[in-house]
Design a protein around this ligand. Sequence first.
Ligand code: DP6
Length: 337
Amino acid sequence: MVWAVANSNLALVKYWGKADEGAKHPASPSLSVTLDGLITAAGVELTRELSADVVEGLPPSVVPKVERFLDAFREGFGVRSRARIVLASNFPVAAGLASSASTFAALARAITAAAGIEVDDGELAEVARLGSGSACRSVHGGFVEWRPQGAGSIVEPIASKSHWERLRIVIAVTSERPKSVGSSEGMRRTVATSPYYRAWIEGGRSDLEDVRAGVHGRDLERVGAAAERNCLRMHAAALGSNPPLLYWEAATVAAMRRVWQLREEGIGAYFSIDAGPQVKVLCDVESEPAVKAALAAVPGVLRIIVSRPGDGARIVERAPHWVAPPAPSARAEAAAS
Ligand code: DP6
C-alpha cells in the first residue's frame, strides 16, 4: 500500500457556494491555514483483482463521496484498476473539523503515487478538489488562497507555516457526532434558497483583503476580526436557507460568547466555525494557556485541541501508529489477491 498524510485546514475566509457544482469550482475566494496535527492518513492499493472498490475506515455516510472521487480520478487519468483504500483520521470525522479536506488531500497524494502519475502541487490540488473543494487547500502547508479564475479556479500558497510560528488555533470540540447536513448539501441549499447568499458572496471580498494583508503582516487583530466576521456571515447565509441550516450547539454559542469576553478582558482571541459545532479560536502563543483554560471551562465543551500552521500533503513510508490494521476480511482478500 502507498501511504500519504495530510492536515486539515481552517478557512479564515470561507468557501460556501460553488460556481460549478460538478467540477467544484468556488463562487468566491477563500483563504485557509493548514492545521498542524489534525491528520488524515490514506493508504491506497490499485489492483485489477477486485471487482469493486473497497473503502475502509470511514462512517458509511462519507463512503459515497470517496467512491465518486475514485470514479472521477479514473476517468480523468484513464486508470482502469479498482482501489483498496484505508482512511483514518486522528480527530472526529465529518463533525465540522474539515476532515474531508485532509481526507481528499491525503487520498489525492497517495492515489497519484500508487498509479505512478507524477504531478506537481498545482495538479495535485486539482485532483484533491475532485473529492472536496476545501481539500485543494490542504495540499499545501501554511496559508493558502483558492480563488475563481476564468471558468475554473486556482490554488496559491501565500505564506509558509514558518512565516507565522506564533499563531495558535485552539479548538473547542463540542460534539463528536457526524453532522446531519454535510457541507456539499448545505452550500447547495444556501445557494438555492437563501436570500442572503448574494450578500454573503459580495461581502467576502473585503474580508479576503483584510485576511491576506493581515497574514502577510502577522496582524492577529486584523486577521481575527475579518475571519470572525466572515464566519458569522457565512452562518447567517446558511441560517437564511429553507429549510434552515443551524450547525451550532448550545456549547458553540457559549464558547463564542466566552471568546468575546476574553477580548473584553484584553486577550486577543477570535473565533471561526465551519459547517459544524466546533469553535476554532485564533490567538497568539502567549495567550494560548488562558484561551485553552477559558474554553475548557465552558459547559458542554468536551475537549480542546491546540494546533498551529502545519505542512501540506506528503507521502509517508508507513501508516502512522494510530491507524488501526485493516479488518480481517480485507486482510484475507489481500492475501488471496
Ligand atoms: C464550511 O470542501 O467540504 O468548511 O466541496 O462540497 O466537498 P465540498 O465542500 P467542503 O466545504 C467546506 C466548507 C467550509 C468552509 C471552507 O472550508 O472553506
